[in-house]
Design a protein around this ligand. Structure first.
Ligand SMILES: Nc1ncnc2c1ncn2[C@@H]1O[C@H](COP(=O)(O)OP(=O)(O)OP(=O)(O)O)[C@@H](O)[C@H]1O
Length: 305
């Protein structure tokens, strides 16, 4: 579906993405993990055709269903974005215009892509997609400005916008980091549901995260980035349980309560009353990971954290 070959980007003499090769299959969720500054976002922006002006693509190809995105004009990329590839960010205000009501912004997506609908028809499609991302009070959301919604609702509205034209690939760059853990779970659940929903070609997801445990349970495969290059990639459980690269081992060692080769039970690892805020966060993240682990095994269908 997406095949990135030998992709390199430089900014002012510095190599930011270094000969990156990565494949994402139909309906596959691939996690891109690595410390801050390793080049994850630049990779995503490269796929979207949204690299900063100072960046220079030095080599490679990015094939979306065999079409090389790097050879596309700015206009062609504008047409592809939204329809073929969409991106959601940590901060929904990056995508949402604070001065325009949510419904109007979503309706504009149709106009940008020359999808001609009667006004009522477009409105119904937008209300439907708002409902599909869990915004059941879709009429109120439609008529609200972004600042009138909670953070979780804004995130859902941004996802609705990204999903409106049913893209083949969704790039999610730290989509839930800023949200509290319960809302994180709801939103990741929803993404999985949206991915599975359609008949025909399934949506693929490139999931960019710092949270290795979450990647382990949410993704099919994980690619680990360091200094612009992928140092290791493979099936999620294999990368986390038997990492082959020293850097991956160090990243995993840095996950609180986690050691390579000695997988322990996340829920048992940090027990207690949770007085300490840091400990609370660790517990929550571990709980979330355990939830996904079980969900992927089909053990849980409706467990609440
Ligand atoms: N507009 C820019 N101009 C110059 N250098 C940049 C620009 N944006 C990012 N960089 C540099 O590119 C490198 C990769 O940044 P990138 O944002 O892709 O990392 P990241 O892995 O996504 O980090 P994070 O997890 O913190 O988002 C960093 O060294 C960063 O300083």
């Amino acid at each position: 579906m997406l095949q990135i070959n030998n992709f390199s980007v430089g900014i002012k003499e510095k190599i930011i993405v270094d000969s990156l090769t990565l494949e994402i299959g139909d309906g596959e969720v691939v996690g891109l993990v690595g410390e801050s500054g390793s080049g994850k976002s630049m990779t995503a922006l490269g796929i979207m055709g949204l690299l900063p002006h100072t960046a220079e693509v030095m080599s490679g190809e990015i094939l979306l269903d065999s079409r090389n995105l790097l050879a596309k004009s700015a206009q062609e990329m504008r047409n592809l974005r939204g329809r073929d590839i969409s991106m959601i960010f940590q901060e929904p205000m990056t995508s949402l215009n604070p001065t325009m009501k949510v419904g109007k912004q979503l309706m504009e997506v149709f106009a940008v892509h020359s999808e001609k609908y009667l006004k009522d028809e477009a409105q119904n499609k937008v209300l439907e997609v708002l409902k599909s991302v869990g915004l059941n009070d879709s009429r109120r959301v439609f008529d609200s400005y972004p600042h009138e919604l909670s953070g979780g609702m804004r995130q859902r509205a941004m996802i609705a916008m990204a999903m409106l034209l049913r893209p083949k690939l969704l790039i999610a760059d730290e989509p839930t980091t800023a949200l509290d853990v319960t809302v994180q779970k709801q939103i990741l659940d929803m993404l999985i549901e949206l991915k599975e929903r359609e008949g025909g070609q399934k949506m693929s997801i490139l999931f960019i995260t710092h949270d290795l445990e979450l990647a382990r349970h949410f993704c099919d495969r994980i690619a680990v980035m360091k200094d612009g290059a992928i140092v290791e990639q493979g099936e999620a459980a294999r990368v986390m349980d038997e990492p082959s690269h020293e850097y991956t081992k160090r990243l995993i060692e840095a996950v609180p309560g986690r050691r390579t080769g000695r997988r322990h039970h996340a829920d048992d690892s940090i027990a207690g009353s949770g007085r300490d805020a840091k400990r609370d966060k660790v517990l929550s993240v571990s709980g979330l990971s355990a939830y996904y682990k079980n969900k992927r095994k089909g053990v849980l269908t409706d467990r609440r954290l």
